[in-house]
Design a protein around this ligand. Structure first.
Ligand code: SAH
Length: 349
């Protein structure tokens, strides 16, 4: 059985044609599911009983569950339990321009970035499209408000789960789905070059963010193993191609790590690397975790780094921080949960 929250409208149209029904039915079904929020085909009163039955044989409305919630003033962090007992997280942030949500794309991650909590736990499996869509639906239901923007920056590497992530984007972007504008959707990647090319070919108007984190390939090799497969020089080339093809500005993410990538020389090097490109750099305060040695760069260092980039004509901002006091950052809630489970498991063995 397929999950109804994971099918795009055009795939649903094809399915309806296959069972001898009409294409427009897909739009009706989407209205029932995403506007009226029903959770069975029998409630869809403008659909004939025999079609309802056929649909019910094919699609389930099974939901993931909110297992835990932590909140502070501007942030709510959700831990979801999936059907198979795995966990992922999403974080809701309240900005002056509306609500944004950071969703996970995989259970764990195989990219193994040295500074990252999610990477420490390794990938268990891809998330299916419906499990990503439902992170948004469940949070909207919980807060009884509409979410206006989505960042795919939670646990996982979205381009390592390409097809599911594309379906997810199509469903949430669909005017009859959750109707989140493409320009309000951001996909963040560590830089899987062939998949960035595929993404380019989709001609979506979404935002692309690249986790760069180092101004040269030697340092990037140490921080991000993906750089050995897809080195910085090639990554910069593909970003240029992406900008050329889509005419969209790309975000460069740069976590500020104390004594690792936060000095003046590195700022100068980064500015030279990005010179003339239609990008903007987002300097990110590092969230320290208990398991990893890296420390957050000092405010003073971050400001100096910022000033240097600015002086060199690079667009740059410093990311506002949300929820570091509620483990909202980067895989920490799931990591804790998995950790507790492992401990319990060992005790009871
Ligand atoms: N795999 C994707 C998306 C998930 S990670 C990617 O690499 O972009 C989202 C962002 O959080 C990335 O920029 C990642 O490098 C960063 N990140 C990971 N651990 C972090 C931490 N402890 N503090 C701050 N940012 C972190």
């Amino acid at each position: 059985m397929m999950n109804i929250y994971g099918i795009t409208r055009s795939d649903l149209e094809n399915f309806l044609l296959l069972i001898g029904d009409k294409k427009f039915r897909a739009t009706q079904i989407f209205e029932w599911v995403y506007e009226k929020k029903v959770s069975s085909f029998s409630e869809m009163s403008n659909i004939k009983k025999n079609i309802q039955d056929k649909l019910a044989d094919m699609f389930s409305f099974e939901k993931i569950k909110i297992k835990k919630k932590q909140e502070d003033k501007l942030t709510k962090k959700y831990l979801f339990e999936l059907e198979d007992g795995n966990y992922v997280e999403a974080v809701l942030m309240e900005h002056d321009y509306g609500l944004s949500i950071c969703v996970s794309s995989e259970v764990g991650c195989n990219m193994g970035c040295a500074f990252c909590e999610s990477g420490r736990l390794k990938k268990v499996r891809d998330l299916k499209a419906h499990e990503m869509v439902q992170q948004i639906l469940l949070v909207e239901e919980d807060i009884q408000k509409r979410i206006s923007s989505v960042v795919i920056m939670g646990i996982g590497e979205p381009l390592d789960n390409y097809d599911n992530v594309m379906s997810f984007i199509k469903i949430i972007n669909d005017a009859k789905g959750t109707a989140i504008g493409a320009r309000h959707i951001t996909l963040s990647t560590c830089g899987i070059i062939p998949k960035i090319r595929d993404l380019m070919a989709e001609e979506l108007q979404i935002n692309l963010a690249i986790s760069l984190h180092a101004p040269n390939t030697q340092l990037r090799n140490k921080l991000m193993p993906i750089n050995k497969a897809y080195p910085l020089k090639d990554l910069i080339e593909v970003i240029k191609e992406y900008i050329e093809k889509t005419n969209r500005r790309v975000t460069i993410e740069y976590i500020m790590l104390k004594d690792i990538n936060d000095n003046e020389t590195q700022a100068v090097e980064l500015a030279a690397l990005l010179k003339g490109m239609m990008v903007y750099v987002n300097l990110i305060p590092y969230n320290e975790t208990n398991h990893i040695e890296f420390k957050r760069a000092s405010k003073d260092k971050v400001m100096k780094f910022y000033d240097t980039l600015k002086k060199k004509g690079i667009n740059v901002t410093i990311r506002k921080e949300f929820g570091s006091n509620i483990d909202a950052a980067c895989g920490q809630l799931r990591s804790k949960e998995v950790w507790y489970e492992n401990i319990l498991f060992n005790w009871f063995r």
